[in-house]
Each structure stands twice: as structure tokens, then as C-alpha cells.
Design a protein around this ligand. Structure first.
Ligand code: SF4
Ligand code: SF4
Length: 241
């Protein structure tokens, strides 16, 4: 959730959240946008920070993926600057590509070291404030959320399943009528089924394109993160009346 802070000066995240009408419970972190440009975790919600009236405060719950969060922040900072210096512009581009790969199952184990090398150089050498902020944000995110971000590179996994590319598609037995529309829509041959049988998605072939979900007139195709619905291993006769 994003909030406009609309005040400047010294404050704390706890005070800001109270004024904005949100609770601190269940939050994993907040991001206070540029020019403050820093993550704050719950154990520091009472610490003083400097904010500006143009800043926004973004909250992250336990299900949010911090690799995806960092990717969004880096891209927002890149869009906000017109700086063309090598470290602000080129460095920001490189980091954006690395994070986009991480969030779409294309991360490489060596990319973490690249981020670790590039970010401090950006923080000290970029000419624009946004470029420096990108460098600081990357280093801070890796220090605070490394256990969540690094598996995107080392194992091509998203521990929270917050990244869309890591979510899986499933067909609910309780809703499927066996009409076959999803099977026709799937270009990857990932759906098994025949008329009047509950269709089943073969996770080894599924590319998470989402076409089956769009095609299903019954809302029987769902996308799931860590918690998957129970589905049969092969098509079974339709149960729905
Ligand atoms: S998400 Fe795409 S690839 Fe996967 S089963 Fe549905 S249509 Fe097929
Ligand atoms: S999942 Fe939807 S589209 Fe596919 S067979 Fe079942 S009801 Fe039809």
C-alpha cells in the first residue's frame, strides 16, 4: 500500500503509520521514497527519520517479495531522473535488468556479486540523487532481505511466491465442468482432460502464461503461491452438478 506522507521534517515510521491510519502489525518493512529512499524494518519503526512532503511510504506484508519490491523501486528511481552519467544511467540499467531476470526465473548465481559490486559504486559515484539512492537501496535490500532475494539467483526460487512468474496455475475440482475451453487455449499442451472430466494442469509443461485462466468461463483456474489447492494427478469425472 502506498501513502503520501504530506509533511516534512523529523518523524518515525510508527508515527507516520498511526497518522495514515495503518497498523504496524503484520508488516515486514516499509519503503520511504526519495529523497529519504530507505527501507525501514519493524525493529526500527521507532527510529527518527527525515521525510519530505513529496515522499511516499510503501508498506510490505509477509507475503510480499522483496526482490520484486526492489525491482519496482529501482525502476521508479530510474524513471524519475534524467541523468545520463555512466553510474546513474548505465548502472541503473544494469541493475534493473538483473532484477527483472531474478523476478522472471532467469537469475544467475553470479548476479548477486554483480549487484554487491555495482551498488556501492553507484551510491558514491552517480551524479544524480536518484542514482545514488538506487545504489543505497540495493545494498540495503541485500543486507536486510538477502535470505529472500538471493534464492531468486542461486536457485531460481521466490520464497514468498510474490513474483508472478513463480506462481503456479491449478484447476479447482469443485468448479470445473469439463468444458475443454482451457485445453483449447493452452498453447503449451500443459492441460490434460476430456469432455465431462475435471481438467488437470501438468506443472512440468506449464509456462504460467495465464491463458487458461482467461478462457475458463467458470473461474475454475486459480493462481497460487506457497499454498496450493489440492488437485487430482490426472483427469477425473466431473463432480459438479
Ligand atoms: S497457464 Fe498457460 S501454459 Fe499453463 S496451463 Fe494455463 S494456458 Fe497452459
Ligand atoms: S477449467 Fe474451466 S475451461 Fe477448463 S474444462 Fe474446467 S470449466 Fe472448462
Amino acid at each position: 500500500m502506498d501513502y503520501v506522507i504530506a509533511e516534512s521534517g523529523t518523524t518515525t515510521v510508527s508515527d507516520l503509520l498511526a497518522k495514515l491510519g495503518d497498523e504496524t502489525e503484520g508488516l515486514k518493512a516499509v519503503w520511504v521514497s526519495y529523497p529519504t529512499a530507505c527501507f525501514v524494518t519493524p525493529d526500527h519503526f521507532g527510529d527518527e527519520i527525515e521525510v519530505s512532503a513529496e515522499s511516499t511510504l510503501r508498506t510490505y506484508g509477509t507475503d510480499d517479495c522483496m526482490a520484486s519490491a526492489l525491482r519496482t523501486i529501482v525502476d521508479e528511481l530510474r524513471m524519475a531522473t534524467e541523468c545520463t552519467c555512466t553510474f546513474g544511467h548505465e548502472g541503473g540499467y544494469q541493475i534493473s535488468v538483473i532484477l527483472a531476470d531474478a523476478c522472471t526465473k532467469r537469475g544467475k548465481p553470479t548476479d548477486v556479486a554483480l549487484l554487491r559490486d555495482l551498488a556501492p559504486v553507484m551510491a558514491s559515484q552517480a551524479i544524480c540523487g536518484e542514482g545514488k539512492a538506487i545504489g543505497r537501496a540495493v545494498t540495503q535490500a541485500l543486507d536486510l532481505f538477502g535470505s529472500e532475494i538471493e534464492p531468486h539467483f542461486a536457485k531460481r526460487q521466490c520464497p514468498t511466491f510474490g513474483c508472478d512468474a513463480f506462481k503456479t496455475y491449478h484447476i479447482l475440482v469443485s468448479k470445473c465442468t469439463g468444458c475443454g475451453a482451457c485445453l483449447k487455449a493452452c498453447d503449451d499442451g500443459a492441460i490434460l482432460g476430456k469432455a465431462k472430466f475435471v481438467h488437470v494442469i501438468d506443472q512440468r509443461k506449464c509456462t504460467q502464461c495465464g491463458l487458461c485462466r482467461e478462457a475458463c468461463p467458470e473461474g475454475a483456474v486459480v493462481r497460487a503461491g506457497a499454498k496450493k489447492p489440492k488437485t487430482p494427478p490426472k483427469p477425473i469425472p466431473v463432480k459438479r452438478k
